[in-house]
Design a protein around this ligand. Structure first.
Ligand code: GLA
Ligand code: ZN
Length: 713
């Protein structure tokens, strides 16, 4: 997916409603030991695009600015290997040495996202071929195939030479491999190398053709394969592809990207054992690659954060995007995903917006206070450091309008002083805050199989996995419910509630884990289309919701896509409130022990159950069988969260975000006003304000785009 598509998809979703007057105190659960990392408040820097005569001045200015480190060289392959096998790192050593002399550390990027023209001229087989059969051209970046062995070898070669040259260079602290894997308009490749790679991957996964034929059901439309070489990639044909094959292809593409990253990782681990290694991406947004797999062997997640870019593309182009103050939940979701991908480990923002952002159209300059606010938002959700993109602003190239800390003429940008202030403040917060854990008591299930399988067969043109993730996340964000993002196969026992919209594919492992969670006292809230398919993308041969039927205490009577006909629900019990309209889908439920919390009000299904709650073991399982129109979905989800015992520490209006991190016995509560107006929040206890040093309690005012960092100590 690219940013534009993702943001359009997710933002249908903003559901800024349903805040309830909570007053009780939130108690944090686990704590995270501080990692032995230097403080990282840096900038993305391009000596390869900057006249050498300016390097010294840049380093001096950066040091004065407060910058601790840079990230460099991730697109400089052609300068490091000007012709095949001939390497030149002299210029890069010079740049690193100058920076080091000013006490600025360096994260080096390996350059495999942008190969040199000599390479693509000599090896034209390395290009991505799109689903429609178009071969990408080498003018931009991210146009190379993840399966191509030769390209992977050439990428490892340059990474190896870099690692050898910089393993013991003072100032080098770590590595970024490649740049934003799969984040671009043609993120899956369908070339010959990929097709062959897919066939080999299938052989390893299934062992025999017989198993593949059975698992996919190739008897349908006479697709029985008698040789691995016959297996195609799912490119346009006279009808849609076999859903099992298509899902496996998506898994293969993710695997190929992860495998190619890991080839570079092996080399860096061996040659540079004292350096950290990461890759920058935007988990969930880049949903072609499974972020849990991508980061599994890396030291920590780093991700790229451009809230202003979201404002352009989220709802439409031509300046009609979501206002910047409504972007907050989308950005919060990205941060929560970044933190959750490695089980709560603090992450690094590898690129943070520092001015107007976009290519070729760009966002407005963030309002005064917003750049600082967004930095605090990242930290509130688990960031341990931030690199601002970029130090200067290019006067040439595709990103001439991606504004940095310096203007085109190297004068101070509008955000210059604000970023410098933010860096000073964040450094002063210290490692106890920056390395601490996040205190989520609830989790949102994000599952790549359900995401990909829903994209392959959405059932209704308006149904999109990312949209429902966004609706549920945005609704709970508005109610100040902190969420981890999980894939539901891990230990869920630390959560009070697990929310699972559109969990279309449910594996045995997930079903077992959810059953154990509910049995042990957890609350599981499922959306419609639960457990329709198994991991092979076969429809389960049992009444729905399949593997979780006993836990949910319901059986589906029918599932109904909604087009022109209308449907709505009447609420009962703890959900009692105004009737709500349904969009796109209605699962009609028959209870088998569950309590009915809402019934349909129209047509053949009038009076039949739409939302149910079942007691299973010590916990509860709630089935939200229809896609309720906002704001009703927000009201329902927040009542369910509150009933499960989730209470934010601070009573705050919509648009004011409350997030909590904790270290040992110390909690830090962030109150972030994303609106352009002063807002009043009510503190249940007396807090020390860590930025200002004074104590606060009761009703306090947070200025427009203002930040309060509160500690009970
Ligand atoms: C991305 C990339 C950077 C740069 C910025 C701005 O996230 O990683 O190289 O392109 O965005 O576009
Ligand atoms: Zn390919």
């Amino acid at each position: 997916m690219d940013r534009r598509v993702f943001l359009k998809t997710v933002s249908g979703t903003l559901c800024l409603s349903a805040v309830r007057p909570w007053t009780l105190t939130f108690t944090a659960s686990s704590a995270q030991p501080a990692a032995a990392l230097p403080q990282l408040f840096g900038a993305d820097y391009y000596p390869d695009q900057t006249d050498k005569s300016l390097w010294e001045e840049d380093a001096r200015m950066m040091a004065e600015f407060g910058i601790t480190n840079v990230r460099i060289a991730e697109f400089a392959w052609v300068l490091m290997e000007p012709s095949e096998g001939h390497y030149d790192f002299v210029w890069l050593h010079n740049a690193v040495d100058i920076l080091h002399a000013h006490k600025i550390a360096t994260i080096l990027g390996t350059p495999s996202a942008a190969p040199p023209p000599w390479l693509t001229e000599k090896y034209p087989e390395v290009f991505i071929v799109s689903e429609q059969g178009m071969t990408l051209s080498p003018e931009g970046r991210r146009f190379t195939c993840p399966s191509n062995k030769l390209y992977r070898k050439l990428s490892v070669n340059i990474a190896t030479e870099m690692a050898k040259s910089f393993a013991n260079t003072p100032g080098i602290i770590g590595w970024q491999i490649d740049n934003e894997y799969t984040l671009g308009p043609n993120s899956r490749c369908y070339c010959k190398s990929c097709r062959e790679g897919f066939q080999g991957w299938l052989k390893a996964k299934y062992g025999s053709l017989d198993t593949i034929n059975k698992t996919w059901g190739t008897a349908f439309w006479g697709q029985v394969y008698s040789d691995f070489s016959q297996i195609p990639a799912p490119t346009p044909s006279g009808g849609p592809p076999n859903p099992g094959m298509a899902l496996d292809y998506d898994r293969y593409q993710s695997h190929a990207n992860v495998a190619s990253m890991e080839e570079q990782l092996v080399v860096l681990r061996e040659l540079c054992p004292n350096h950290f290694v990461t890759t920058n991406n935007v988990p969930l947004l880049a949903d072609v690659v499974d972020a849990f797999d991508l980061y599994a062997k890396l030291d920590f997640v780093s991700h790229d954060n451009y809230p202003g870019f979201a404002s352009i593309h989220a709802q439409g182009e031509g300046g009609n995007g979501v206002p910047l103050d409504q972007i907050a939940p989308i950005v919060a979701l990205m941060h929560d995903a970044a933190r959750s991908v490695k089980g709560g480990k603090p992450f690094l923002i590898m690129e943070e917006q520092s001015g107007k952002a976009g290519q070729p159209i760009f966002s407005p300059q963030p309002d005064k206070g917003q750049l600082r606010l967004w930095s605090y938002q990242a930290v509130a959700h688990g960031a341990m450091g931030i690199n601002y993109f970029r130090w200067d602003t290019a006067t040439f190239g595709a990103e001439q309008y991606w504004h940095g800390i310096l203007n085109h003429d190297r004068s101070k940008s509008p955000g210059f002083d604000e970023i410098a202030q933010t860096i000073r403040e964040l450094k002063a917060l210290g490692p106890e805050v920056l390395q601490s854990a996040y205190g989520a008591q609830a989790a949102l299930c994000f599952d790549y199989d359900s995401d990909w399988a829903t994209a392959i067969q959405s059932g209704h043109p308006k149904i999109k996995y990312a949209t429902d993730i966004g609706v549920w996340y945005g609704s709970l964000w508005a109610g100040h419910v902190g969420l981890d993002i999980v894939d539901a196969t891990k230990d869920l026992s630390r959560y009070k509630v697990l929310f699972a919209p559109l969990m279309y594919v449910v594996s045995n492992e997930q079903a077992n884990s959810i059953r154990e969670f509910v049995g042990g006292g957890g609350v599981f809230v499922s959306g419609f289309r639960l457990g329709v398919k198994n991991s092979a993308s076969l429809i389960v041969k049992m009444p729905l919701p399949g593997l979780l039927r006993d836990v949910m205490g319901v059986t589906l009577i029918d599932y109904v896509p909604l087009y022109t006909e209308k449907q709505s629900v009447k609420f009962a019990g703890m959900l009692t409130g105004p009737d709500a309209d349904c969009q796109y889908w209605a699962d009609v439920l028959k209870t088998e022990g569950a309590e009915v919390l809402a019934t349909y009000t129209k047509g053949d299904h009038t009076g039949q159950a739409a939302i149910t709650s079942n007691t299973f073991g010590k916990g509860k399982a709630i089935y939200v069988g229809s896609r309720l129109e906002p704001p009703a979905i927000g009201r329902v989800l927040n009542i369910l969260a509150a009933t499960a015992g989730i209470r934010p520490a601070v009573e705050a209006p919509v648009g004011v975000e409350v997030a909590m991190r904790h270290y040992g016995q110390t909690d830090t509560t962030f109150v972030l006003n994303h609106t352009s107006k002063p807002q009043t929040v009510t503190l249940g206890k007396s807090y020390k304000e860590l930025l200002a040093g004074f104590r606060l309690s009761g009703a306090i005012t947070v200025e427009p785009y203002g930040v309060r960092v509160l500690s009970l100590a």
